[in-house]
Design a protein around this ligand. Structure first.
Ligand SMILES: Cc1cc2nc3c(=O)[nH]c(=O)nc-3n(C[C@H](O)[C@H](O)[C@H](O)COP(=O)(O)OP(=O)(O)OC[C@H]3O[C@@H](n4cnc5c(N)ncnc54)[C@H](O)[C@@H]3O)c2cc1C
Length: 372
């Protein structure tokens, strides 16, 4: 019998398992696929703790806290498993996609600047300087968020997987959890390869998390939003800061002169692959602001499904004694994962919900209120 079974081997499941293993618990992670297939491997890798927020919410606080973990985490993964997750302190520029979005960028700047004075509204001249002349401004508002850095999400997820291997955490791949049944001293997880028993279960199944829990309100709240991404190479482009536009298109400078261009948002679309329309939209939007991208070589493209909730607030809750759900981190799952790993481990070990997770219950009131 395990102490904890985690369903889902994305960044959430693996970060929690990694933290739990430090407490001498007998942990298993199960996933119906082989590693590499889902959102965690496909993400842009932005640590956009400020870029994504316009008000001082409990999630904003978690995101800022999570951002502080990556420098140390990058070093510890390098030492433990020899993988460089390419933590780059290159910052991010939020850019209005069109004139009518200027107000939004300026309002967001005012909010962010209140809590981080290093966030700066850029004049056209300073925007040009910050992007080595690569961004075509045409009077659009832009804000520099100097500490919204980035990692390579694919390498990060692979590094977590290697770390789990080293820590002797049981991994069951190509093993689908079909049902979770309550038994006298815990739970039985029924899978396509037999039954596993455990004291506690954490469902961290990304966009599919609600399928395993018999709770209609969860099924209404959790869905998937497909995102498509392109990776191009351009040896003459000098851009080294992430550009994130208000229409959701972003350009993230990666190693080896590569640029990741993301991402579309297709609600409730669980299909795999990048459509021609998706490719065109991404490339067109990116080139409209960074004309130098036009001459890029296409390296590859891919898609992933973000776990989404109706009000864009993750659900991190104990549904019934010993049965937890961790999902809905939407565009911020990579960023939040190390902190959620720590907090969930603390919760399970101390048998007490950390205060900072109190707002993320599945029976929701109004969660978007401003907190002082
Ligand atoms: C294109 C794109 C760009 C993104 N960019 C960023 C970014 O820049 N920064 C950021 O912070 N976040 C970003 N994200 C979001 C981030 O990737 C996700 O929030 C995060 O990866 C979710 O992790 P997860 O572990 O919850 O889910 P997943 O990675 O989807 O993992 C869930 C796992 O559960 C398994 N599973 C589900 N049901 C079962 C079952 N019944 N039995 C067994 N296994 C099951 C699945 O096979 C899967 O492996 C992006 C996402 C996408 C798609």
């Amino acid at each position: 019998m395990y102490d904890v079974i985690i369903v889902g081997s994305g960044v959430m499941g693996m970060s929690i398992a990694r933290e739990l293993s430090q407490n001498n618990l007998n942990v298993a992670v199960i996933d119906r696929d082989v590693a590499g297939k889902h959102a965690s491997y496909k993400a842009g890798g932005m640590l956009g703790a400020q870029n994504e927020f316009t008000s001082y919410s409990p999630l904003y606080r978690l995101a800022r806290e999570a951002q502080t973990r990556f420098e140390g985490l990058s070093e510890s993964l390098k030492q433990e498993v020899g993988v460089d997750i390419e933590y780059k302190q290159t910052g991010l520029i939020k850019l209005a996609a069109q004139d009518s979005d200027n107000d939004f960028v300026e309002k967001q700047y005012h909010f962010l600047h209140q809590y981080n004075p290093s966030v700066e509204l850029l004049s056209s001249q300073n925007l040009s300087l910050a992007t080595h002349g690569e961004v075509d401004t045409r009077g659009l508002s832009a804000a520099l968020i100097p500490d919204d850095h980035q990692i390579n999400a694919n390498k990060y997820t692979k590094a977590l997987l290697k770390s789990l291997n080293k820590r002797d955490i049981h991994r069951w791949y190509q093993t689908e959890a079909l049902n979770i049944e309550s038994i006298s001293n815990g739970y039985q997880v029924v899978t396509n390869r037999g039954c596993l028993t455990t004291e506690k279960v954490i469902v961290a199944g990304g966009a599919w998390s609600a399928d395993l829990i018999e709770e209609p309100s969860l099924k209404r709240q959790v869905t998937g939003v497909k995102g498509e991404v392109l990776l191009v190479e351009n040896k003459s482009l000098k851009l080294d800061t992430t550009i994130f536009m208000t229409n959701g298109c972003y350009i993230v400078p990666k190693s080896k002169h590569r640029y990741l261009i993301g991402a579309t948002s297709l609600n409730n679309d669980y299909s795999v692959g990048v459509s021609e329309a998706g490719k065109q939209w991404l490339f067109h939007q990116a080139c409209a602001k960074v004309p130098g991208l036009q001459d890029s070589k296409m390296i590859k493209h891919w898609s992933g499904i973000r776990p989404y909730t109706l009000n864009e607030q993750p659900i991190m809750d104990e549904i019934q004694s010993g049965l937890f759900i961790i999902t809905g981190h939407y565009r911020n799952g990579i960023l939040l994962s190390p902190l959620i790993g720590e907090l969930m481990s603390e919760w399970l070990v101390n048998d007490s919900r950390p205060e900072v997770l109190e707002n993320f219950i599945y029976k929701r009131g109004e969660l978007n209120e401003v907190c002082d």
